[in-house]
Design a protein around this ligand. Structure first.
Ligand SMILES: Cc1cc2nc3c(=O)[nH]c(=O)nc-3n(C[C@H](O)[C@H](O)[C@H](O)COP(=O)(O)O)c2cc1C
Length: 383
């Protein structure tokens, strides 16, 4: 079915619908992909409690790349789920590792809520810089510590979102930005300090999104992970949710399908790119995290720092969205990877996260697999 751009917008009603995940409850008997948000604080066993929160952490493309082997009531081993990698846009598993760092930080915050300190040994069996392998990502032991106080960011775990909608023109204050970029886990955390730098980063993130959308292998990796409509999201509670009131119709009549989303000439493709770049261009400011080297441990620490930025921003009423395209390691992005280091004055370091920040409308929840789906099966133990 061919449709003019104007009619397409009329049908959709608002361009914000396409890439906006919505918390819809399933009318069928499919599992509700948002339940993990509602039940995170119900487990009684300390390790289950901490893990149920950890899986609400931000992570690349919502792949939820964690696999957990629970040892006993206070300990677990974290592995990567190799099926959840992103070989085109994350060829060295750098972003996947950052996502695992986010998971560990949320776990530690949640453990504190029950007076436990999370002792985390990273990569006890060593690591591969090229690709994550079957060796553990971390050994986790929760140690009872009656004097440990709860983390003030705990309640924000449930309110934190990645916001992909345009932000308003209202600027965060320097004081807020300083709080959000407070140094954490030996990473460097900075915000843009001039209008010129903000404008350069807007141009760069828009250019990088254009490259990514128009590099077929990279874009197809995202398209394969798009979950269109309520049933697909419930069946695959990961990836990029594309939902909204009219989505069932748009999918049924063939307007928004994986095929149209992949086709540069289609309205669905153009709308997707336009929404992404409009959002990038609406950034009020940018915050970033860099590390002096780029080991797996640096990447884990960057993840721990990133989720704290996101939680502090949430507490201050601000929204964030990582814009990772220019930081990625595939050949078409090479020039922009150099340029983003120049603009952020991080040449010689490794820029790990770059996010736009500002005031936005409250976003819907993104789906999650339940904890049970993320446990290493007994007979399938990896060690
Ligand atoms: C390493 C990393 C890179 C990410 N890059 C992007 C990005 O480029 N664009 C984007 O919209 N979201 C990005 N995100 C956010 C994830 O897509 C998001 O966390 C995930 O979809 C789950 O949604 P939630 O954060 O609302 O729970 C990134 C997150 C991480 C941890």
């Amino acid at each position: 079915m061919k449709l003019s751009r104007r009619n397409f917008i009329r049908i959709v009603g608002s361009s914000a619908i396409i890439l906006a995940p919505t918390a819809c409850s399933s009318k069928t008997d499919l599992p509700d992909p948002f339940t993990p948000w509602a039940i995170a604080d119900t487990p009684i066993e300390p390790i289950q409690f901490a893990l149920s929160h950890a899986l609400l952490a931000p992570n690349p493309h919502n792949r939820q790349p964690w696999l957990v082997d629970i040892q006993d009531q206070t300990s677990a081993i974290l592995y990567v789920d190799p099926k959840m990698d992103l070989p085109e846009t994350d060829p060295f598993d750098r972003q996947i590792t950052i996502g695992l760092g986010c998971f560990l930080e949320v776990l530690a915050i949640a453990a504190q809520e029950q007076n436990y300190e999370a002792k985390i040994d990273y990569f006890p069996g060593g690591f591969d810089q090229q690709t994550l392998d079957k060796r553990p990502i971390a050994k986790i032991k929760l140690l009872k510590n009656p004097i440990i106080s709860s983390d003030t960011l705990y309640s924000q775990i449930f309110h934190r979102r990645t916001n992909r909608k345009p932000f308003t023109k209202q600027q965060p204050t320097t004081k807020q930005l300083a709080k959000i970029t407070k140094r954490y886990a030996s990473t460097n955390s900075v915000f843009a300090s001039s209008i010129a730098q903000i404008e350069q980063l807007k141009d760069l993130t828009v250019a990088a999104a254009n490259i990514e959308f128009k590099t077929p292998a990279a874009h197809m990796e995202s398209v394969a992970l798009m979950r269109i409509g309520t049933a697909e999201i419930a069946n695959n509670p990961d990836g990029i949710s594309i939902n909204g009131p009219a989505m069932g119709i748009l999918k049924a009549v063939g307007i928004v399908t994986r095929k149209t989303l992949a086709d540069e000439k289609s309205t669905a493709f153009k709308q997707g790119l336009e929404q992404y770049t409009d959002a990038a261009a609406s950034a009020a400011n940018f915050v970033w995290i860099s590390t002096n080297s780029n080991t797996r441990i640096d990447q884990i620490k960057a993840g721990r720092a990133y989720v704290r930025q996101n939680l502090i921003a949430t507490k201050l009423g601000l929204s964030m969205q990582p814009l990772s395209q220019a930081l990625q390691e595939y050949p078409e992005m090479k020039q922009l990877l150099l340029k983003v280091h120049e603009i952020t004055q991080t040449s010689g370091q490794r820029l790990q996260m770059l996010s736009r920040i500002g005031y936005g409308t409250k976003e819907a929840l993104s789906p999650r697999f339940p904890l049970a789906a993320k446990l290493v099966e007994h007979e399938n133990k990896q060690h």
